[in-house]
Design a protein around this ligand. Sequence first.
Ligand code: UDX
Ligand code: ADP
Length: 448
Amino acid sequence: MNARPQKIVCIGAGYVGGPTMAVIAARCPDVQVTVLDLNAARIAAWNSESLPVFEPGLPEVVRQVRGRNLHFLAQAQGVAALAEADVVFISVQTPTKTSGAGAGKASDLQYVEACARLIAEHARGHTIVVEKSTMPVRAAERIQQILSTTQTGGTFAVLSNPEFLAEGTAIRDLEQPDRVLIGGEDPAAVAALKSIYATWVAPEKILTTGLWSAELSKLAANAFLAQRVSSINALSALCEKTGAEVAEVAAVVGTDSRIGPKFLQASVGFGGSCFQKDLLSLIYLCEHHGLPEVAAYWQGVVDINEWQKHRFAKVVQQVAVSGRIAVLGLAFKKDTNDFRESAALAVCRSLLQAGLEVVAYDPRVDGSRFAAELGHPARFSVASTVSAALAGAGAVAVLTEWEEFKSIAWASVQLLPGAVICDGRNVVDRAAVQQAGYGLRVIGSAAP
Ligand code: UDX
Ligand code: ADP
């Protein structure tokens, strides 16, 4: 095989696979990249002007390379590409298991295993198989086991190359990564994959480790990030009791160069497809390996996050002057249309269970998909503007830090008199709310 791969296939055209392959194709015009997905509608969207993933900068990159050296194909049409591939990325979901051994904690590897079976069936010659999805430690062993059942005479090297991109900044994270991590035991395969990234990433930023270290490093990095958010969120509750301001505390703590200023923004709780799932996977691994104390340590990070979402929802219920609540922001963070595990899901569920009516607004999230996730409750509706969501509400819950929520003209909105704005992101213009005569509760600030 040529040392520099010429043909790449990625199985899974989701939030990770789509943007990652678009950037590889853009940076490596000499490499043909094919992205396959079982979901034909998703592939059709990748081939349209309305991409299935909202990500700043992504449409520009896709437009540049689609049809040139980036091809999105439904699995049924594109499976033949596997026979010619030098490298196959597995970039499918690894959700938390809902049944069987480890239910509620362990990662469900059924989608990854299906990919390994597909590769075993169709690959020819020598193929480098890359774990891109976040996997539990030693998942590569299972992939190797499945690949070894191949009947085609093909040979394989398995690498772990976890993705560190964050949604909303995916293109920047891919183009200028803090680091690229390649874990593997086969030096030729590691070198081949490295040659792809080395096209645009400085060599000192391409870290190589053993397979198990790479798999664990991804879980560890997400656990550390989630732990920072839970740490500042735990302190936000103490700030509310004592009159300390959590933003001031975070700013002071963050000036210590050993701690650093990033990821110390108190919030209504972290969401997204990764943090909770990866923490639970880590906890399961610790329990599985007979380390209950370590499991309990990381469980605390999850528990504080659950408590924070619940605590915030209770405040909204307590201060509301009517049964109609406006929810601003359904995405788990700004600049994405993703609401997986978002605080909004937990807060809306809690408000609806308490018998309240919720009118929600989000600039990017598909409201009908969000309503479907909640089970289409009768008291939940979606407004198409901020003012429509606010009209007649007795309380407002700000759950995502979208830029447009920073500049709401509170004096001209139609909330009920005495309504209270509950800011779960510390983004609302406090002076404007006060001038408009509404109440305000901000996460990490004592109630006035
Ligand atoms: C995360 C990791 O950052 C990324 O490296 C990994 O590849 C995937 O998981 P992502 O989930 O896309 O990325 O978003 P991230 O920016 O990490 O935010 C996660 C959650 O934490 C969001 O709900 C966000 O609002 C929240 N958060 C983040 C805070 O509440 N406060 C902060 O200071 C930072
Ligand atoms: P992530 O956030 O990790 O990218 P997503 O759920 O957004 O996860 O995307 C994963 C994609 O993988 C989905 O579009 C799903 O249809 C696809 N997928 C899952 N299993 C397979 C499979 N066996 N073959 C092809 N595509 C798959």
